[in-house]
Design a protein around this ligand. Structure first.
Ligand SMILES: Cc1cc2nc3c(=O)[nH]c(=O)nc-3n(C[C@H](O)[C@H](O)[C@H](O)COP(=O)(O)OP(=O)(O)OC[C@H]3O[C@@H](n4cnc5c(N)ncnc54)[C@H](O)[C@@H]3O)c2cc1C
Length: 506
């Protein structure tokens, strides 16, 4: 039995390694494999045949590249021929990061689960070459002064709660990682314009009007904005919240826009910040995230009018507003309970409240603006399906969330890992990688988890959007509960780290 399965796997891998059909047509740039020593090969010209790939990844952002790296890291998928379509010039020229460069105002808080994933695919060593900041403490409180929670990695027997990394560092690390692998990869420096799906599964193309044309050999043809085309057995939409793949493949979505924008920027302190801070204000949360050296990143949610004003106001005034918001404004600091009596939770057994001894701390003062200020509209959007025949969605193309808990790209990395694993399992048993039943396994694994996370984030957003006496007290009770009850605290840390599945779905 085992021999049979092994034979099947070897056959399938051999089939995937068999020479691909003719290469010609549009301007794809083939990247060299790590040990081939080939120069970049620019393919130009035009002919009737279009280039064929096993997988076309539309969107070479953090999630699309992580998916490519994950495929390259697995024995059963590293033989695939992958195309990456994205007009971001960094994909061809690389991201040049110098130590003295100012920090990128766009950062991501990555969870321990993401760090493990990056280590497994071989990308974390590149992150460690650049600025990044592990943090082992986090303090969350609200402006009413009624309660606070301090999380410490040691509450959950961990070394760190997460790591804050500039997006340009994540992107460049994934690029270095993919370039160091042997997977066949071609970058198309363009954007997806249209998709044509084959009506049969015989690999014979048909135009959208239904008439047969024999110009492409794989089930989906992609036309690009630069006039080029390619075809693939599977199209992976990793093209962000306004996904063209999602639209063209006819996936419907559910969601809404929040009447909130996020102002983000990098700021400087006179001392190094080693804690992640988040304070809930009447108009939305402000987060101060350590990013290494004496820098922190600010993600500040507010109404769109305030965001527009704060983007352009003089630096001095802006810094004053930031310090007011993160520290002394709106209301008093919560009182520290060093006695450990637990207040409303004093009836709990002493062993359960062990973690309540951490005092409230005042965040470090912001003294300088260290980057431009950027404004992002915020929304929640979820694709009702992630998979259909030969097309699948991952990352923000499948789900866009409020950034208040820094989970968005972590959810996308979870998709990237799950999809590559499902494809490997499909190859092992001889499945067609574009088969909808295979892709639905990926959807079944990721959708419940993503929906649960979205519901929690949306719930927190809504709970903190209302300034109403009784609700404020309930929120304070929630802070107290999270601070005093050790098992609850451990559980929250575990979920936020991405290391434990949400209980309703496990
Ligand atoms: C203010 C803010 C703060 C955030 N902080 C965090 C955080 O701390 N932690 C966290 O986990 N998440 C955070 N997020 C969310 C995170 O930024 C997103 O989840 C993440 O960027 C999604 O990555 P992605 O690769 O799926 O999409 P994107 O980053 O949007 O990348 C999509 C790529 O597709 C390309 N593309 C688009 N259209 C086409 C097309 N037609 N053809 C070809 N290519 C195309 C684009 O050029 C781009 O490169 C934050 C978001 C915001 C707004």
């Amino acid at each position: 039995m085992n021999r049979l399965i092994t034979r099947k796997i070897v056959d399938n891998v051999y089939r995937l390694k068999a020479p691909q059909r003719s290469l010609s047509t549009d301007a794809g740039v083939k990247l060299p494999s790590s040990n081939s020593g080939q120069e970049h090969e620019q393919m130009q010209g035009f002919s009737n045949k279009i280039q064929e790939h096993d997988i076309a990844i539309v969107g070479g952002g953090m999630v699309g590249l992580a998916f490519a790296c994950s495929l390259a890291s697995m024995p059963l998928t590293k033989h695939l021929n992958v195309a990456i379509v994205d007009s971001n010039p960094a994909l061809l020229s690389g991201v040049c990061i110098k130590k003295e460069d100012p920090p990128d105002p766009r950062v991501s808080t990555v969870t321990p689960a993401t760090i493990s994933f990056f280590k497994d695919i071989g990308a974390w060593k590149y992150v460690e070459e650049h600025r990044h900041a592990y943090f082992d403490k986090m303090q969350v409180w609200d402006y009413t002064g009624l309660g606070y929670t301090r999380y410490n990695a040691r509450d959950a027997n961990k070394d760190v709660l997460g790591c804050v990394v500039e997006n340009k560092v994540l992107l460049s690390s994934l690029l270095s990682c993919i370039q160091s692998t042997d997977i066949q990869k071609t970058i198309y420096p363009s954007r997806l314009m249209t998709l044509h799906r084959n009506s049969s599964s015989m690999g014979v193309g048909s135009t959208s009007s239904g008439s047969l044309s024999y110009e492409w050999g794989h089930p989906v043809k992609l036309d690009l904005t630069d006039g080029g085309s390619l075809c693939a057995k599977l199209v992976v939409g990793a093209d962000g919240s306004k996904s063209r793949v999602r639209e063209l493949a006819g996936f419907t979505t559910t969601g809404w826009n929040y009447s909130q924008n996020a102002v983000i920027c990098t700021v400087e302190h006179s001392v190094e910040n080693q804690c992640a801070w988040q304070r809930f204000l009447p108009a939305g949360p402000i987060a101060l995230l350590p990013i290494g050296d004496n820098f922190s990143n600010i993600v500040w949610t507010m109404n769109p009018k305030e965001a527009t004003d704060r983007k352009v106001m003089p630096e001095g005034e802006f810094l004053q507003d930031v310090n007011y918001a993160i520290d002394y404004g709106f209301g008093p600091h919560p009182k520290s309970s060093t006695s450990g009596n637990g207040g409303i939770f004093s009836w709990l057994k002493p062993g359960v409240t062990l973690s309540a001894t951490e005092c409230f701390e005042v965040p470090p003062k912001v003294i300088k603006l260290a980057s431009e200020r950027m404004v992002f509209p915020l929304s929640l959007r979820h694709a009702n399906d992630y998979a259909s025949k030969h097309v699948v969605l991952i990352g923000d193309a499948a789900h866009t969330v409020h950034p208040l808990a820094g989970q968005g790209v972590n959810m996308g990395f979870g998709d990237a890992f799950a999809l590559s694993k499902v494809i490997a399992e499909g190859i092992a048993v001889g499945n067609d990688i574009g088969e909808v039943s295979l892709l639905k396994k990926f959807e079944a694994e990721r959708k419940p988890e993503n929906i649960a996370m979205m519901a929690i984030l949306d719930g927190i957003q809504k709970a903190y959007s209302v300034d109403f006496g009784p609700l404020n007290i309930l929120r304070a009770a929630a802070f107290h509960g999270a601070n005093y009850i050790s098992p609850l605290k451990r559980t929250i840390i575990s979920y936020a780290s991405g290391e434990q599945r949400l209980p309703i779905f496990s």
